[in-house]
Design a protein around this ligand. Structure first.
Ligand code: ATP
Ligand code: MG
Length: 335
């Protein structure tokens, strides 16, 4: 595979900018969806505060991190201090409260890896999952949203990569492929690595935002509007970046030794993290460090079978970007 590293980008690559941007635009959720989400959140807040006046609801995940495509479900976190109540009892109680108010399909999934209450609001047609006290997800949602404000190319790239991953069936953690969250981190890392860099490393800059969540210190520079037009010296276009992204994961990443790390804005070694061998179910075949829970490898869901599928998909995509006459169609063909 090494010989392909010398490959250079096709000459007509920039003809793909217009169609890629059109795909991106078509995926952006319309304003009225945001309005409906707010409406549902307000209803849930009203119901929850009757039972627990001090509890708070936060939207996290793709509806709040700016990487959500149209018609996403919403992820909500209930922040509550109920020292005498088990999480599963809180969920059951929550399900009771919501059931009595016309919400549909209310279900408490107390044994799931992340226990949640699921529901559907018949007024807005929106489905939502509510978890309890998962505040790290609320904070990593903010980090992603802050990165998205620095350079428009991040949101464009991530939408295209997520759309590709969903079309190709490689965005399913229960089948051993990667979560949307992992793909967005891969995009951020990739843009931090371009020269000149398109994104800075916010966690290596002076802290302007700091919270402690479950004994994890989450601190970074969040005044991103003060960064001006950070990536302006890099003129790479969206088509070049999509090509570069797939090319990196197909032919350049050192799967045997490297961990990508948004936290440090660089690559770190598996050895340094002690991620060199399988421990329990964690195989570390592709390593993506969580920016805050640094002992957490988002690639841990990937197994021997799915790493092969993933790498073949990266190669397929890189080759399409290189040679196919119509990459904007071929790339997203259902598998
Ligand atoms: P989609 O549009 O596919 O629903 P999403 O951004 O909502 O994308 P999910 O993978 O559903 O992504 O995850 C929702 C949120 O949960 C993420 O944005 C992130 O904040 C958090 N999250 C998901 N997986 C993890 C994980 N393994 N570790 C930490 N936080 C995670
Ligand atoms: Mg989601």
């Amino acid at each position: 595979r090494i010989y392909k590293r010398q490959m250079i980008c096709r000459r007509d690559i920039d003809n793909l900018n217009v169609p890629f941007l059109a795909i991106y635009e078509s995926l952006i959720p319309p304003e009225e969806e945001k309005v409906k989400q707010k409406q549902l959140l307000a209803l849930l807040e009203k119901l929850v505060s009757k039972e627990w006046p001090k509890a708070r609801l936060y939207i996290y995940g793709s509806c709040a991190n700016s990487f959500g495509v149209s018609k996403s479900d919403i992820d909500i976190c209930l922040a509550i201090e109920e020292a005498n109540m088990e999480k599963s009892d809180i969920l059951m109680k929550l399900a009771d409260i919501l059931q009595s108010d016309n919400l549909q399909n209310v279900q408490a999934l107390t044994r799931a890896r992340v226990p949640i209450v699921k529901l559907m609001d018949p007024v807005t047609g929106i489905s939502c999952d509510i978890c309890i006290n998962n505040l790290l997800a609320v904070v990593n949602t903010k980090l992603l949203r802050d990165y998205a404000q620095i350079d428009a190319r991040l949101r464009q790239l991530a939408f295209i990569i997520k759309h590709w991953a969903k079309s190709r069936g490689v965005n399913e953690t229960y089948h051993g492929t990667l979560s949307s969250y992992a793909y967005v981190l891969m995009c951020i890392h990739f843009l931090q690595q371009r020269r000149p860099a398109i994104l800075p490393c916010l966690q290596e800059m002076g802290t302007t935002y700091s919270v402690n969540v479950d004994d994890v210190k989450c601190a970074y520079f969040d005044q991103v509007n003060r960064l001006g037009d950070f990536g302006r010296r890099n003129k790479e276009t969206i088509a070049q970046l999509v090509w570069g992204f797939f090319y990196y994961w197909a032919y350049c990443h050192d799967y045997a030794n490297s961990v990508i790390s948004v936290r440090t804005g660089s690559i770190i070694s598996k050895r340094e993290k002690d991620w060199t061998r399988r421990v329990g179910n964690d195989r570390h075949l592709i390593c993506i460090e969580d920016p805050f829970e640094i002992s957490h490898d988002l690639g841990r869901v990937v197994d021997k079978r799915s790493i092969k599928i993933l790498r073949e998909e990266f190669e397929r995509a890189a080759d399409i970007m290189q040679y196919d006459p119509n990459p904007c169609v071929k790339l997203f063909e259902p598998y």
